[in-house]
Design a protein around this ligand. Sequence first.
Ligand SMILES: Nc1nc2c(ncn2[C@@H]2O[C@H](COP(=O)(O)OP(=O)(O)OP(=O)(O)O)[C@@H](O)[C@H]2O)c(=O)[nH]1
Length: 263
Amino acid sequence: MWNPNAMDNRQMEKRVVVGRVRPTWARNLPEAREDDEKSEAEAGVMPHSEPPSPTEMWEQRSKLEDKYDVFGKVMLLGDSGVGKTCMLVRFRDGTFLAGNYISTVGIDFRNKVVTVDGIKVKLQIWDTAGQERFRSVTHAYYRDAHALLLLYDVTNKISFDNIRAWLGEIREYAQDDVVIMLLGNKSDSGLERAVRREEGQRLAREYQVAFMETSAKTGLNVEAAFAHVARSLVAKANPVDPSRLAVRAQPTQEHRSSCPPCS
Ligand SMILES: Nc1nc2c(ncn2[C@@H]2O[C@H](COP(=O)(O)OP(=O)(O)OP(=O)(O)O)[C@@H](O)[C@H]2O)c(=O)[nH]1
């Protein structure tokens, strides 16, 4: 348990900078659910000395402790209240956090290993605060992200309209090759819906990112979204040999004759 009196001023300041306050969903869960693997260094508290960074330390240690083939850092982004925390809790624990909504403070993460196509992918999933006042904190984490799940709430048109601004921030702060997926969450909401599925699809096509509608409440497409991200990370880690692509790009005569007319 954190004892603020045992820390010097510098440490306290850093905790504030990274918003090291237990997030909503961790507060709502029994202590027993706390991720055993987690240490303060892993949760975004900067060390006093320079490298290795917390992320590097975490990667090194967890590679020794458990086996996985590919590692990916995934960030959940989107306006406050779109369901980022609920998405993570649904994926990690298979439950839905109904009831009082308490906004996330700062940033925190949880780990989960998924197996896609026989390959074990360790996802380190960062839940960020959607509130504007935490933006400068979360921007600092974009650069290390391998994948971003960008959420809007299908019952909240403003959260959808803000997606373009989020994509602008991503372009500014994240790596150029980051995997991006757009998610229209709360698709269970029926009559309250304010954004049609086609609008989400169209926006995703415009920005050339993958798209799904999800529900953290029912679990719809939650596993599928993370599996898509995991698959994309595997593909990035194992780029296809260009020489093989060149061979594939030369179809045989039989293939050509059976190919339907292209429009
Ligand atoms: N009906 C429905 N409600 C949801 C769903 N996902 C989340 N909610 C509700 O939406 C509210 C906000 O959910 P959170 O997961 O805390 O939202 P957040 O994006 O993490 O919000 P911030 O922490 O402020 O950034 C809560 O009351 C949830 O119960 C969903 O899929 N369907």
